[in-house]
Design a protein around this ligand. Structure first.
Ligand code: WT7
Length: 654
C-alpha cells in the first residue's frame, strides 16, 4: 500500500517541448490516439501494414495471425525472411559506409565498424560456423563480453538460421551448464577473457568448468575469441580460435531463408520455480517488435547516435543493441566496461565524446551514479542528448527528476519503458513526441498493445486500484513457447483463471485517472535486483545444494541502489551457528551462491535459525520473512505459526 500511495501522490507531468513534438515521427497526442484507434478498429491490418513496411521479405506473407492453436500464436507464418539480411544487407545499397557500431573498450580505446564492415564480419563468422557443421535449427550458446564480436555472433547465427542462446557473462559455470543442457547446444562461442573495470573476467575458464559438469555432453566445439593476451587452457579436439576459424572464410554468405515463425533465439529467464525458462522468440514477429518499437519509443532519426548500456546477455541487449538499432540502420555505441571505471563520470564523458543523442540505461545505474557524483554530469557537454530512456524496474521520482534535469538539461523526454524478456519489445512507454511523461510511470501502452489491469476474475479494475497486468490480445513479438516445456508456457502466461485468453505478465500495477500505468512489483516469487530477474527458488535450490544447508528461504528487501537485495534465511544441518562462526558460514554461503549462479544472485544478508517460520501445514510464511528482512516489527498475526520462537533467532543480524 505504501508504494501505491507514494506513486499516486506524484502529479507532475512533463509534455514534450513544441520543438521536439514538431520534429517527432509520432507528433502529438492526436497522432498517438489515431494510431491506437487504427489498432483498436483494425487490429490485424494495423500489424499487417507495419510488417510489410518495416521488414524486407524474401517472400511476403499472406496470413497475418493464426490463432487456431492459441496460445501458441503464429504471425505472418507463410512469410520468408532472414533477420540478419534485414539488419545488414538491406542497408548496404544506401549506407554501407555509415558507422554501425562505435565500440568503446574498457580501457577507453575506440573503434568504429561501418555497415559494410559489419556485414563482412558477420558473413565470415557465419561461414566459420557453417564449416563447423552448424546448421539451421542448431543451438549455439554465446558467453561473451560486450563487444562487436558478441553482436557478430548473434547476427551470424541469425544469418544461418541457428538459434542463439546468450548467457550473461556474469553467470557461473553451473548456470552455463544448465542452459547448455536445456538447449542441447552443440557449439559455445566465448572469449578467452573479458575486461570490466580494469579487471579480467575468466570466460573461457568458466566454459571449461561448465562443460566438465554432467549434462553438457551435447557441446562439440568451443569457439574462442581472443580479447586479451591472457592464457587459457586448451582442448585441441574441441576448442578453436575465432581468428583461425574465419581466416580463410569468404566475405559473403547467402542468408538462410527462414520461415517467419522459425525460432530466432532462446533466452533464459527466471520464474517461480528453480528452473529458468527458455524464452523462445520467433523471427519475423520478434524483429517487427524490435524495429518498430525502436523507431517509435526513441523517436529514432537516421543521424542519431544511440547508446543502450544493457549487456547482450539480457533481452534489452537483444532487442535494443543487436536487432532494433541494426534493423533501423542506426549508429550505436557499444561499451565494454562499467559506469564507475575509471571513475563515475565515464557515462557522461562518453556521451560528450561520441555526441550521443539517445541514451537508454537502467534506474539502478542512475541511482548509483547520483550517489557517486550527482554534480559530475555538469562538467560535460551533454547538449547532444535529445531522448533519455530507462528500463528494468520502476524508477523512483527523485532519480527521474535528477535524470531529467541534470543529465537531460530539462530538454529531453524520458521514456520509461515497461516490458519483459517474454514480450520481446517495449509494451508500455511514452512515445516521446506525443505522450506527456510523469516521474515513476511508464505511461501508456504502445499503439497495438492491449494492456489492462484486472482482478482475479479477469474484470478490469477501477483507476487507482491495484491488479494484475495483462495484455488482452496477442502481438507479434510475444514469446512463442518455453523451450522444451509448452505446458509450463500455457500455465504461466495464459492461465485458466483468465480462460487462457490474456497474457499474464506477472506484474501488479495500477492506473491513474489519466489511464497512466504505474508498475507496483512482481506477483510471483521473482526478485528484481538491479533490474535483473532472479527467482527466489533458484537461489534457494543453490543454497540447499551446499552440504551444510538443510533448508533455505529467500526474499527481497528494498535497496536504495539495487532496487531490491537478496536476503536468505538458512537452517543448517548441524547446530545453528552464532557469533564468528555464523559470520564465517554466511561468507561461505555467499561465495557458494556466487559460484552456483553468479555474483548478481549473492545474498546481501543471511540469517540463521533452527527452523523457518511455518504454518502447521508446513508452509513457509514468506510475509513474515519479508518483514524481518526489512527490519520491520512483526505486527502480523503469528498465531497460526507452529514455532513462533524462531522469529527472534531470524531477527538477529550476524
Ligand atoms: C520485469 C521483466 C525489459 C527488459 C529488462 C528486464 C520489471 C521492466 C520496467 C519498468 C517497472 C519494470 C517488471 C517486469 N520491469 N521494466 N519500466 N518499470 N518495472 O527484463 O528480466 O524480463 O524483467 O522487469 O517487473 O516484469 P526481465
Amino acid at each position: 500500500m505504501s508504494t501505491l500511495e507514494s506513486i499516486l501522490k506524484e502529479t507532475r507531468s512533463f509534455p514534450p517541448s513544441d520543438d521536439f513534438r514538431h520534429k517527432a515521427t509520432v507528433s502529438g497526442m492526436e497522432a498517438y490516439n489515431a494510431l491506437c484507434e487504427q489498432a483498436n478498429s483494425q487490429y490485424l491490418s494495423f500489424w499487417e501494414k507495419l510488417a510489410r513496411e518495416q521488414i524486407s521479405w524474401k517472400q511476403p506473407f499472406t496470413r497475418v495471425l493464426d490463432d487456431s492453436q492459441a496460445p501458441f500464436f503464429k504471425w505472418f507464418d507463410d512469410g520468408v525472411l532472414n533477420v540478419s539480411y534485414n539488419c545488414l544487407d538491406r542497408h548496404l545499397a544506401t549506407q554501407s559506409d555509415k558507422t554501425a557500431i562505435i565500440f568503446e573498450a574498457d580501457d577507453g580505446e575506440v573503434s568504429r565498424v561501418s555497415y559494410a564492415e559489419l556485414h563482412r564480419r558477420v558473413c565470415r563468422f557465419a561461414n566459420g560456423l557453417k564449416s563447423l557443421g552448424v546448421k539451421k535449427g542448431d543451438r549455439v550458446v554465446v558467453y561473451m563480453p560486450m563487444g562487436v564480436e558478441a553482436v557478430v555472433t548473434m547476427q551470424a547465427c541469425a544469418r544461418i538460421g541457428a538459434i542463439h542462446s546468450v548467457v550473461f557473462g556474469g553467470f557461473s559455470a553451473g548456470a552455463v551448464r544448465d542452459r547448455v543442457q536445456d538447449a542441447g547446444a552443440t557449439v559455445v562461442v566465448t572469449s578467452n577473457e573479458g575486461m570490466r573495470g580494469g579487471k579480467s573476467v575468466p570466460l573461457k575458464a568458466t566454459v571449461d568448468e561448465a562443460l566438465a559438469l554432467e549434462g553438457a555432453e551435447s557441446v562439440q566445439k568451443v569457439v574462442v575469441h581472443q580479447r586479451t593476451s591472457g592464457q587459457v587452457a586448451w582442448d585441441a579436439s574441441r576448442d578453436i580460435w575465432w581468428h583461425e576459424l574465419i581466416a580463410s572464410q569468404p566475405e559473403s554468405c547467402e542468408p538462410e531463408w527462414m520461415n517467419a515463425e522459425d525460432p530466432l533465439f532462446i533466452l533464459y529467464t527466471s520464474g517461480s520455480t528453480g528452473k529458468p525458462k527458455g524464452i523462445q522468440h520467433s523471427s519475423a514477429g520478434y524483429l517487427l517488435g524490435a524495429i518498430n518499437s525502436f523507431r517509435w519509443v526513441f523517436d529514432f532519426k537516421p543521424d542519431d547516435v544511440y547508446w543502450c548500456t544493457a549487456d547482450v546477455g539480457w533481452i534489452t541487449g537483444h532487442s535494443y543493441v543487436c536487432y532494433g538499432p541494426l534493423g533501423n540502420g542506426a549508429t550505436q555505441v557499444i561499451f565494454e566496461g562499467v559506469p564507475t571505471y575509471p571513475d563515475a563520470s565515464r557515462f557522461w564523458r562518453m556521451i560528450e565524446q561520441h555526441k550521443v543523442s539517445i541514451f537508454y540505461t537502467a534506474p539502478t545505474a542512475i541511482r548509483s551514479l547520483i550517489k557517486l557524483g550527482a554534480d559530475l554530469p555538469k562538467q560535460f557537454d551533454l547538449s547532444s542528448l535529445r531522448v533519455l530512456g530507462t528500463v528494468g524496474e520502476p524508477i523512483n521520482p527523485e532519480a527521474w527528476i535528477w535524470y531529467y534535469e541534470t543529465v537531460g538539461g530539462g530538454r529531453c523526454p524520458i521514456v520509461d519503458t515497461w516490458w519483459q524478456t517474454e514480450t520481446g519489445s517495449a509494451m508500455i512507454a511514452p512515445l516521446p513526441g506525443a505522450v506527456p511523461t510523469k516521474p515513476g510511470s511508464c505511461t501508456l501502452p504502445l499503439p497495438g498493445i492491449m494492456a489492462d489491469i484486472v482482478d482475479e476474475s479477469g474484470a478490469q479494475v477501477e483507476p487507482g486500484r491495484g491488479g494484475f497486468l495483462v495484455i488482452k490480445k496477442p502481438f507479434p513479438s510475444l514469446v512463442r513457447t518455453i523451450w522444451n516445456d509448452p505446458e509450463r508456457f500455457k500455465k504461466t502466461y495464459f492461465p485458466e483463471e483468465f480462460n487462457g485468453q490474456y497474457y499474464l505478465a506477472g506484474d501488479s500495477a495500477n492506473r491513474d485517472e489519466n489511464g497512466y500505468f504505474w508498475i507496483m512489483g512482481r506477483i510471483d516469487d521473482v526478485l528484481n535486483v538491479s533490474g535483473h530477474r532472479l527467482g527466489t527458488m533458484e537461489i534457494e535450490s543453490a543454497l540447499v545444494a551446499n552440504p551444510l544447508v538443510a533448508e533455505a528461504a529467500v526474499v527481497g528487501k528494498p535497496h536504495d541502489v539495487k532496487g531490491e537485495a537478496v536476503v536468505a534465511f538458512v537452517v543448517l544441518k548441524g547446530a545453528r551457528p552464532v557469533g564468528e562462526e555464523a559470520k564465517k558460514v554466511a561468507a561461505e554461503l555467499k561465495n557458494w551462491v556466487a559460484h552456483e549462479i553468479g555474483k548478481i544472485a549473492q545474498p546481501d544478508d543471511i540469517r540463521f535459525g533452527e527452523n523457518l517460520p511455518k504454518t502447521r501445514s508446513g508452509k513457509i510464511m514468506r510475509r513474515l520473512l519479508r518483514s524481518i528482512a526489512k527490519g520491520e516489527e512483526i505486527t502480523q498475526d503469528t498465531s497460526t505459526l507452529e514455532n513462533p520462537q524462531i522469529l527472534a533467532q531470524l531477527q538477529q543480524p550476524l
